[in-house]
Design a binder for this molecule. Sequence first.
Ligand SMILES: [Zn+2]
Length: 129
Amino acid sequence: MTGTLDAHGNAYTVETLQEKADRLRAEQGLPPESQHSGPQPCHWYDDGHGGRYLIPGCAGRAQDPDNADACGCPDLATQLDKAHREIEALKAELQGARTWHAYVAMTVDAHPDGRKIMKQAANRAEDDR
Ligand SMILES: [Zn+2]
């Protein structure tokens, strides 16, 4: 929400379209859109007023919505495999960054101005928070 003043100087708040969408989703017990990332498999959307709509996640279902067999979305096992591979890749990346950090820290520590450099780095990290 954004605070704004009207023509008479009275404060009021403006709800952005994203905030409105997330509020409506929350009223339906759904997580905010921002928690979704990437394409989602085919799923049904309940508008809360008796309407139920298919949100296609694949071309097959988009072209033939009533045919569940046309769905080409990955099944849960495939999605889980993909998630595990992504986690492993992220762990490897994190390990690489930790190794690099350790070598940089050792090198700076051995430098005559090492303490001063580390203090400046700590201050910058603190400022970034
Ligand atoms: Zn699908």
